[in-house]
Design a protein around this ligand. Structure first.
Ligand code: ADP
Length: 332
């Protein structure tokens, strides 16, 4: 009998989700599978909001940001009744395999569904935060770095013109991947990361010391700090006020916000989406289920869903060392 596969995108959207949908649809179509897309994440499973996906629909989709299936969060799905309704709807629609493109929250949901639905479940990592264990990178992460870097470059221009301090907040949820790489690639002067943050006072005095050392050498200076979201307990405005007071400089906050979730995916995200989407479809004829597909040293791998949130993905040591060295050396 023809296999019926279904796809949904869930949680925080990320550039490259469309490229991933496209890769799955093209690979699945080649196998002759019936292909459905559920709309608005797990909401589509609860309301049986489903569309047919065809290769024709995939035309010109690879480069588009967002997701044609829409994404959403879905509280009712987290309840026993919600999960049961979703399982019943999948069974009624005779779905054999469900592909969930999302982050670790979406994978928790997929895992819970796997306890009561006996179809095949495969997760694909799609989030700009790169905070999913078991994969070197997540779809959307590289584009978000690019967006952050191009914005910080612009901030640097105006910071230089006015010899000002700027504090740029980037996304990342509770992980510092985006902040670290955006700071490195934009030659920012300082980065505040959740994985390294210890103390408000220490951070403030370190930044002030560096600004003062630079002023002593060069006179008026600019200074750009990248702040990962959710790190500073009282938020970016409080940090700016405190830093302005202590450094006696004007400190401007810039919150990059949701622009980081948008835009056409860069090549690395497109390639990752194609690699993972194609690999995921190659698993349909196997008994593999309850896994996420990811990459390890460029090779496609599978990892059990719980591993994606039970383990904490560490920041890459080399990048942390490089950034720390740059921050310290610059102000010797
Ligand atoms: P992300 O996938 O980007 O990490 P969220 O953490 O917002 O996004 O999770 C997306 C959705 O996954 C939630 O709105 C919810 O429907 C579902 N979900 C998350 N955790 C669970 C859970 N423990 N059980 C069932 N569903 C869950």
């Amino acid at each position: 009998m023809t296999k019926h596969i279904a796809i949904l995108t869930s949680g925080g959207d990320a550039p490259g989700m469309n490229a991933c949908i496209r890769a799955i649809v093209i690979a699945a179509d080649r196998q002759g599978y019936q292909i459905s897309g559920y709309l608005r994440g797990y909401n589509g499973l609860l309301d049986d909001q489903r569309i047919t996906l065809t290769c024709e629909r995939m035309h010109n989709l690879l480069q588009q940001g967002g997701t044609i299936l829409h994404s959403a969060r879905c509280k009712p799905f987290t309840t026993e009744q919600g999960l049961q309704t979703a399982a019943d709807n999948l069974s009624k629609a005779s779905v054999d395999t469900l592909f969930v493109i999302g982050g670790d929250g979406s994978f928790r949901g997929a895992h819970a569904l796997g306890d009561i639905w006996d179809g095949q479940i495969i997760g694909l990592p799609g989030t700009i935060d790169n905070d999913v264990a078991g994969t070197d990178a997540t779809i959307g992460y590289y584009t978000a770095i690019e967006t952050a870097v191009s914005s910080i470059d612009k901030v640097r221009d105006t910071a230089d013109a006015f010899d000002r301090v700027f504090m740029v907040e980037v996304m990342g949820r509770h992980a510092g991947f985006l902040a670290l790489h955006a700071a490195l690639a934009s030659a920012s002067d300082y980065v505040i990361l959740p994985e390294r943050f210890t103390d408000e006072r220490d951070t403030l005095s370190q930044i002030c010391k560096q600004i003062q050392q630079r002023q002593a050498k060069r006179g008026p200076v600019s200074y750009v700090i990248v702040l990962a979201e959710n790190v500073w307990p009282e938020g970016i405005n409080d940090l700016c006020v405190k830093l302005a007071k202590q450094s006696d400089m004007e400190v401007k906050p810039v919150i990059l916000g949701h622009v980081q979730r948008g835009g056409s995916p860069v090549s690395q995200d497109r390639l990752l989406a194609v690699q993972l989407g194609t690999y995921a479809v190659s698993l349909v004829e196997t008994s593999t289920s309850g896994v996420m597909v990811g990459t390890y040293e460029d090779k496609a791998v599978t990892v059990p869903l719980p591993q994606t949130w039970e383990e904490t993905k560490p920041l890459p040591d080399d990048a942390v060392t490089t950034m720390t060295t740059l921050m310290n050396e610059r102000y010797q």
